[in-house]
Ligand binder design. Structure first.
Ligand code: WTA
Length: 646
């Protein structure tokens, strides 16, 4: 979060009353009633919701098992199949002809897939996976463009109990390789390409590179032909998606799945080491993805067209492009391409053409669209919109106001949702027709969520800032870090173990109305365009280049991206011509384009304390061009400062 934004959010005093509407929750009183129910009977309330909203293969008898914290288990003796909840039950309820997915390709091709069709497709795919020997408990990597087959692949895995791990399509072959190795996946589902900015972005060739070394667990690569260009086909390994599905029956009984069975693993950045595989359960995760559609968006499956612009490679895409809307039996919109292609009006054109009613995107996208000018949104009919959401980073009040006035015409409530890959679904968010909003605040905890702001000892702070914690477990909480129990405990639970609180890694403050204002990460995690990046990850990528001896990476505030990557690099040899560009390309190859440093500054040394710790605060000041506030008296080599300042 930028210094300026922090300033302006601290001074923000505007309050917007929720519009009157026939909503599921339509007053502050409704929010309070729903929240109080959990105060009075925590487990009973969760249990009722789980029974009421989900279809169980076998009903649970115990709601929460907290015998072994932080290894909480929810609805553990129940059985439930997620795909049955997202598909079969709607078809059985007479909603088969309702559109489940509206998809628009970047070139403008459109598909509208009904629940009947989606169920049939998912069954074909599930049978296809089974025919390749993939069974419950196996891991499957999904590395796909935003095409319906990405959702179909996820649902097919869920149907047979294979744990999926979606890897964002813009991640590099190296990042893909690491995730394949870490999960020990048996299959990779990919495409020969997807449209990005008017050209085919080839994914299959990245898979080929990723699999050249190691990855011995992978037996099959399934390829959806979207790009229709030649690929280096490997007969013994590669399977054409259409050919595979053609040979299957379109009925596939949902496998019996235990509530706690790992539905998916999704990698996210932390402050140390490689990205960690966050593990989510089946029942608890699904329950919260389902409920938050109603709580945060007032989602009405019979009439809403919901568009979450996130890629399925992120948690937002999992919970709110696919599972949340489908579990509710609603219509979700997926768009393949770049939101500003062929121009900055594309998003608004899609909203108009498909009658989008609830729109959910990231502040970074909003800021980019503001820059493009109001003529773009003003050229389209946005009158169907009724709720607007944001996610991923703090939204600066100016962007909030633009979203509210230019897009929402002061009619649509703005729902600023704070949550994380680890939380599975929203934690803080204004229920749109219940909670008054303030630009830049994610407002209040949703019913069932017990959030707090504490000091380093875990004591509640009254005034000023502190650390954001979740005080009670919740159904969609992460169940672990794949293959690394210790890291799970250390990262999230150790800090406040004496209180049993979950430590989110964010700083926040509460105002006099009890509203939460997120101040940004308190660890070495950057938020670039709403995407999490560990500084360590980028540093490791830089150091893996032969010319680099040492690197330190910090964030610098950026008008559009929120934060940009700023790298300080010590070389092994004198700087050669074009090295900066080479290093940027190297990071892109190692991680992906989002991790590319915007600025690289070369120096003979990095500033370190006597004990050898890199002085990051100092580097952050230098990157920002601010006066240096750190104590540099302990610095070994004072002359390095001038060099670092460039
Ligand atoms: C940040 C994305 C302020 C925060 C769903 C969090 C936010 C991290 C908001 C999680 C918001 C997310 N306001 N900050 N509304 N939403 N963040 O795992 O720092 O990709 O810890 O999940 O993004 O990022 P992740």
């Amino acid at each position: 979060m930028t210094q300026e934004t922090i300033q302006s959010t601290l001074e923000e005093i505007r309050v917007f009353e929720p519009p009157k509407s026939k909503a599921l929750f339509s007053s502050l009183h409704d929010w309070k009633l729903a929240s109080d129910a959990f105060q009075k009977d925590f487990e009973g309330t969760w249990g009722n919701l789980a029974q009421q909203h989900l279809t169980w293969q076998k009903l649970f008898t115990q709601v929460l098992d907290e015998r072994n914290p932080p290894f909480y288990r929810w609805f553990a003796d129940g059985n439930i199949n997620l795909s049955e909840n997202c598909l079969d039950r709607h078809v059985n309820n007479g909603l088969g002809e309702q559109v489940a997915i509206i998809w628009e390709g970047e070139p403008g091709d459109v598909r509208r897939i009904t629940y009947n069709e989606l169920l049939a497709e998912v069954c074909l795919a599930a049978n296809g996976l089974k025919s390749l020997g993939i069974k419950k408990g196996d891991r499957v990597i999904i590395y796909m463009p935003m095409i319906p087959e990405a959702a179909i692949a996820m649902l097919a895995c869920a149907r047979i109990g294979a744990t999926h791990s979606v890897v964002f399509a813009a991640f590099s072959a190296q990042a893909l390789h690491d995730r394949i190795e870490d999960t020990g996946a048996k299959a990779v589902i990919t495409a020969d390409g997807g449209w990005r900015r008017g050209a085919i972005h080839d994914l299959k060739s990245c898979v080929d590179v990723a699999l050249t070394q190691g990855c011995n667990s992978v037996e099959h690569v399934l390829i959806v032909k979207r790009g229709h260009h030649d690929t280096n086909w490997q007969e013994d390994r590669d399977v054409d998606w259409v050919d595979l599905l053609k040979a299957q029956a379109d009925v596939c009984e949902p496998t019996i799945i235990e509530a706690e069975h790992p539905l998916f693993i999704l990698y996210t950045s932390g402050s140390t080491g490689k990205p960690k595989g966050i593990v989510h359960s089946t029942a608890g995760y699904l329950l919260w993805a389902h409920l938050t559609m109603q709580y945060s968006f007032d989602f009405k499956p019979e009439s809403d067209v919901f568009w979450c612009t996130a890629d399925v490679g992120w948690i937002t895409g999992h919970s709110y492009s696919v599972y949340g809307p489908l579990c509710n039996g609603g219509t979700t919109l997926m768009y393949e391409g770049v939101p500003t292609y062929p121009d900055a009006g594309r998003i608004w054109k899609i909203c108009q053409d498909h009658g989008v009613t609830v729109f959910y995107t990231a502040p970074t996208a909003i800021r980019a669209l503001i820059k493009a000018g109001d003529d773009y949104p003003n050229a389209y009919d946005l009158s169907k919109l009724r709720v607007l959401g944001t996610v991923g980073e703090p939204i600066n009040p100016e962007a909030w106001m633009w979203y509210h006035t230019v897009i929402g015409k002061e009619r649509c409530p703005i729902v600023d949702t704070w949550w994380q890959t680890e939380t599975g679904g929203h934690m803080l968010a204004p229920m749109p027709f219940s909670i008054p909003t303030k630009p830049g605040s994610a407002t209040l905890p949703l019913p069932g969520i017990f959030a707090g702001i504490v000091d380093a000892e875990g004591e509640d702070v009254k005034d000023g800032g502190g650390l954001l914690v979740l005080k009670k477990p919740w159904p969609s909480m992460l169940r672990g870090v794949w293959g690394d129990e210790q890291r799970f405990i250390e990262t999230y639970w150790e800090k406040f173990a004496h209180k049993g609180y979950y430590f989110a890694g964010d700083g926040a403050r509460k105002d006099e109305d009890g509203y939460f204002w997120i101040m940004g990460r308190v660890d070495d995690v950057l938020n670039v365009s709403g995407h999490r990046l560990g500084t360590m990850e980028v540093e490791s990528a830089l150091v893996s280049h032969h010319a680099v001896a040492e690197a330190a990476v910090v964030g610098r505030s950026d008008d559009i991206k929120g934060e940009s990557v700023f790298a300080f690099v010590v070389l092994k040899e004198p700087e050669s011509e074009g090295l900066e560009a080479i290093l940027r390309a190297h990071v892109s190859k190692e991680i992906g384009p989002i991790a590319k440093p915007d600025t690289i500054r070369f120096a003979d040394n990095l500033p370190k304390t006597r004990s050898g710790k890199i002085m990051r605060r100092l580097l952050r000041d230098i990157a920002a061009g601010r006066d240096i506030n750190s104590d540099i008296s302990t610095l070994e080599d004072q002359s390095v400062i001038a060099q670092l300042q460039g």
